[in-house]
Design a protein around this ligand. Structure first.
Ligand SMILES: Cc1ncc(COP(=O)(O)O)c(C=O)c1O
Length: 492
């Protein structure tokens, strides 16, 4: 094929890069007509819209010109020729000039980056059976209601609404969240203790700024959510892995470490193993934090989704000593692009966190905050979460049944009592072959995600995080069947 997509980032960008490359290396000469979008879309296996976007970007940048009724043609004079050496910003820095020196934090960020990424936040190629973790069920979302409220608020422009707001968050959202969190998650706080952030990730970053000095030791679950380690590593924290078993973080091992500044945990549904922290260990963790004057970051990222047993209330609700920083997000109960999260901090820390947030970004977008406040106050969020819990429970059952049917004896699924993902262990597949199975699945249009990046020390066996919320039961069944097929093909 004369045009190849590089599989990095959104499809329209891939198509844009491929076409631009063909223009620059002369496969498409000045004045040549670009293929019709419909036929090229078929050839590349992308939608026509994707190609239209790519053609539009090429036209905006001067690589092609569109002539109504005649088609799209490569420009006679290319922007790269006109720009000379400075055409590629990255290439320009390859000149003799000394590059700007990076901070220690930036160097740490760069050196940690290849080891692990927040993998689900990186766009990937489209796969029909993608068990990509972190995706909610977009089709189930009450988007009409959301858009109705959004439209109403967008039309209500007034100076108070158009100007800067409280950097800690819109008061109406902090009130709505305080009530919601008490009802849904047993969180005990005043609205003033809530900081509205750009997703959980900004809250972790703020914790790094406010509570961690370079060299401070911070405990992490092993395996752990890389959103913690990558952010805290940038602040120079020394990360201390602590074992996790079927009851969550091993608090005895935690207590054996001296001089810890804090611990980051996912007690409602350990990420990625899915273990639920037992009550006994919750109390041990809080006792440790009180004695050691250490913080506990409780990331309650998907605590709303629990399918077996009684809902486990938050650790924060049990904390009497002001040690827990409770973290929640709209990414799982609504959708990730909203970029709204909430951090509940102990009262004495409110001012430091509010100032850190103000210096970081002067506060989050007022419009979305007011829409979310009304969405919560009118009961839409809780109604939706109840429905989504039932739907996701059905998807989870489909996943368990499909694993039992197609992978019996070859793989074990764990951690599905709560949340939106399970962890599929393939004990007989050596860790070195983890990527091979991922590739074999990808060749069958299935996306599975190795668990290895979430471990500080390599695990003993291969495993994959399987997100199921964004798939239908039929797709889950077919996807797992194909995983079985791929596994058989590579181990035959
Ligand atoms: C453990 C954990 N915490 C938090 C999040 C959500 O992060 P954010 O609120 O920044 O979208 C995720 C995302 O998938 C997660 O797995």
């Amino acid at each position: 094929m004369w045009l190849q997509l590089d599989e990095e980032g959104p499809l329209h960008q891939q198509a844009y890069r491929a076409l631009r490359g063909a223009i620059l290396d002369g496969r498409l000469r000045p004045g040549a007509r670009l293929p019709a979008t419909r036929s090229l879309a078929g050839e590349l296996g992308v939608s026509r819209n994707t190609l239209l976007q790519a053609y539009e970007q090429l036209a905006d940048e001067g690589y092609v010109t569109a002539r109504t009724g005649a088609g799209t043609f490569v420009a006679e004079s290319l922007p790269d020729d006109r720009l000379g050496d400075a055409a590629e910003p990255g290439v320009a820095s390859a000149s003799d000039a000394t590059p700007l020196p990076l901070s220690k934090a930036a160097r740490r960020i760069l050196s940690a980056a290849p080891r692990a990424g927040i993998s689900w936040a990186i766009p990937r190629k489209h796969l029909a059976y993608d068990f990509r973790y972190g995706e909610p069920a977009y089709g189930d979302l009450p988007l009409e209601t959301w858009c109705r409220i959004l439209g109403r608020h967008a039309r209500r422009a007034s100076v108070a609404r158009l100007s800067y707001g409280d950097p800690a968050g819109a008061p109406e959202l902090r009130h709505a969240l305080a009530d919601y969190l008490r009802r849904a998650r047993g969180v005990v706080c005043t609205p003033e203790q809530i900081l509205v952030t750009h997703g959980s990730q900004q809250a972790i970053d703020l914790i790094g700024r406010v509570l961690v000095d370079p060299g401070d030791r911070v405990a992490l679950e092993e395996p752990h959510y890389t959103g913690f380690s990558l952010a805290l590593d940038a602040f120079g924290a020394e990360l201390v892995p602590v074992r996790v078993d079927e009851n969550g973080l091993d608090t005895t091992e935690l207590e054996a470490h001296a001089d810890l500044r804090g611990a980051c945990v996912t007690p409602s549904h350990q990420f990625p193993t899915g273990a639920v922290l037992s009550l006994e260990r919750r109390l041990a963790l809080l006792g440790w934090a009180e004695r050691e004057t250490a913080f506990v970051l409780e990331d309650d990222y998907d605590g709303e989704y629990r399918y077996e047993g009684r809902p486990v209330p938050s650790l924060q609700g049990l904390d009497r000593a002001g040690r827990v920083l409770y973290l929640g997000t709209a990414s799982k109960t609504l959708f990730p692009s909203l970029r709204i999260g909430w951090l509940v901090v102990p009262e004495p820390l409110v001012r430091a966190f509010t100032l850190a947030k103000a210096y970081a970004d002067t506060g989050s977008s007022g419009l979305e905050q007011r829409v979310l406040a009304e969405f919560i106050e009118e009961g839409h969020l809780e109604r939706y979460v109840r429905r989504a819990r039932v739907r996701n429970g059905q998807r989870r059952e489909a996943l368990e049944a499909a694993v039992a049917r197609h992978l019996a004896g070859a793989a074990e699924l764990e951690g599905t009592r709560a949340g939106l993902h399970g962890l599929l262990w393939v004990p007989d597949l050596a860790l070195q072959r983890e990527a091979e199975l991922r590739r074999a699945c990808e060749a069958r249009d299935v996306g599975i995600y190795p668990v290895r990046p979430f471990f500080t020390r390599p695990p003993q066996r291969s495993g994959y995080v399987l997100g199921y919320a964004a798939l239908s039961e039929e797709a889950i069944e077919e996807g797992v069947r194909r995983i079985g097929d791929a596994l058989e093909a590579i181990t035959r």
